[in-house]
Design a protein around this ligand. Structure first.
Ligand code: EPZ
Length: 418
């Protein structure tokens, strides 16, 4: 298993370009199941989660081919409508094949995704709306077994603005008979990107990015082409890398408006932020002050940047109260930061971070999940001495060549076989 070795304490400087968004590319790839034929996507990142998605699409009789960051998906009628456990367990987002398969072919058997390190990850907000649209769904032997002669539109109000639930139901509703109104939906940029692609396939959708999405079902969709939006979480991670090292970093190919909540927090800390049409720049700040942060659905502060921001708060002046309101177990990076000398008191959904500039020392640490991996790398960059981050297979699920991007900014970082 590879490790990442960092000799930190050096300010990063220069510009770096983000890759396509993992959390946009995954639903986009599953949406191809709604229309047989040739779909072409640009700006698709090379990630383990994309590989897992391609594996499942191959199992469903699709073929994929990649040229650089362009990915072609040729969809044919599946011989089997089963998404098996040994594929789904590798990536929970595989549940996003349920809505498209059910809507297009009237049946689907998808392994329950199960939980992961950050939470139990239930899928009730995927299942119940599909039942409301007329699907018969049984849960048996660890599988979701769904069938529906023809889904029919309805008004659905989500208990919680679930990202995956919104995506699954939005895709299913495109082929419903009649109109579906989805309320209290997720408003993430990745939802907007998916809606744009579905519309280019011939779907009749409006309201994406707001709390209410209205979809008028059509008889069939056709394959199209699409460019995946930039990864705002990678962009935020790179901005925090600049901030935490006292550096001057310009992140290109990113949408400032998608990062409003992080940018505001960085400004509140005392950093100066400059933005352009497709870039954001963070400049050094001698001593930044601690600020509180509560994660929330978009446009609130993204839970996927909570761990990275916590690393920044370990170096701030004062005390930061970090509240994780989206997942029930997303503080596993805390004990690893503590191994580096951070003063953090976790209490259920709240972690109290008592910051001190220079309060960390390099140490061997262990990544526990995707964003915790990034957090530990950021902490290592900010710290004199050597930090070794183990189990970085977590990192490779969601960041494309992160260590190379950081090295291009002057970081002393390398990947090594353990
Ligand atoms: C998506 O996960 C992202 N993954 C996650 O990114 C992200 O953290 C999350 O949205 C929140 O923004 C992808 O897009 C592939 P949710 P998803 O449904 O769809 C509860 C990363 O690091 N819930 O919005 O699974 C759930 O338990 C990953 O890139 C139910 O109770 O998130 C959680 O507490 C991690 N029932 C909360 O809602 C359901 O049926 C948010 O879940 C569904 C969700």
């Amino acid at each position: 298993m590879d490790v990442i070795k960092i000799n930190g304490g050096k300010a990063l400087a220069g510009s770096v370009t983000t890759s396509g968004a993992k959390n946009a590319a995954l639903p986009l790839l599953f949406s191809t199941l709604l229309a047989e034929g040739e779909h072409i996507f640009e700006n698709v990142p090379s990630l383990k989660d994309i590989d897992s998605t391609e594996l499942l699409l191959h199992h469903l009789n699709c073929t994929t081919s990649r040229q650089g960051s362009d990915l072609k998906v040729i969809v044919k009628r599946p011989e089997s409508l089963v998404a098996p456990y040994d594929i789904v367990r590798k990536m929970r987002a595989s549940i996003l094949c349920l809505g498209p398969l059910l809507a297009r072919y009237g049946e689907a058997k998808v392994s329950l995704p199960g939980g992961c390190a950050i939470g139990s990850r239930p899928i009730n907000l995927h299942i119940e709306p599909l039942q409301q649209l007329g699907a018969n769904i049984e849960i048996e032997n660890g599988y979701v077994i769904a069938e529906a002669k023809k889904l029919r539109g309805d008004r659905i109000v989500f208990d919680f603005a679930t990202v995956g639930g919104t995506e699954n139901i939005m895709m299913a509703a495109t082929l419903c008979r009649g109109t579906t109104v989805l309320e209290n939906v997720a408003k993430e940029p990745e939802i907007v990107d998916l809606a744009r692609y579905l519309r280019s396939m011939g779907a009749r959708i409006e309201g994406e990015g707001s709390s209410v999405i209205t979809i008028e079902g059509v008889d069939e969709l056709r394959p199209s082409t699409h460019r995946v939006i930039p990864d705002r979480i990678e962009a935020g991670t790179l901005l925090i890398a600049g901030a935490i090292t006292g550096g001057d970093v310009k992140v290109k190919n990113c949408v400032a408006a998608d990062l409003d909540s992080l940018i505001q927090k960085l400004v509140d800390c005392g950093f100066s932020i400059e933005t352009g049409s497709d870039w954001v720049r963070v400049r050094p700040c001698d001593q930044w002050i601690a600020v509180d942060v509560d994660t929330a659905p978009h446009p609130g502060f993204p839970t996927d940047l909570q761990a990275q921001f916590m690393a920044l708060m370990t170096q701030a002046s004062g005390t930061s109260v970090v509240t994780e309101r989206i997942f029930e177990n997303r503080f596993m990076h805390v004990q690893e930061l503590a191994r580096m000398g951070a003063n953090i008191t976790p209490k259920s959904q709240v972690a109290v971070v008592r910051g001190e500039r220079g309060g960390l020392s390099g140490a061997p640490v262990m990544a526990t999940d995707l964003r915790a991996s990034a957090c530990l790398i950021l902490a290592g960059l900010a710290t004199e001495g050597e930090t070794i981050v183990n189990r970085i297979y977590h990192l490779d699920r969601g960041y494309e060549h992160l260590e190379e991007k950081l090295r291009s900014l002057g970081a002393r970082i390398e990947r090594r076989a353990a």
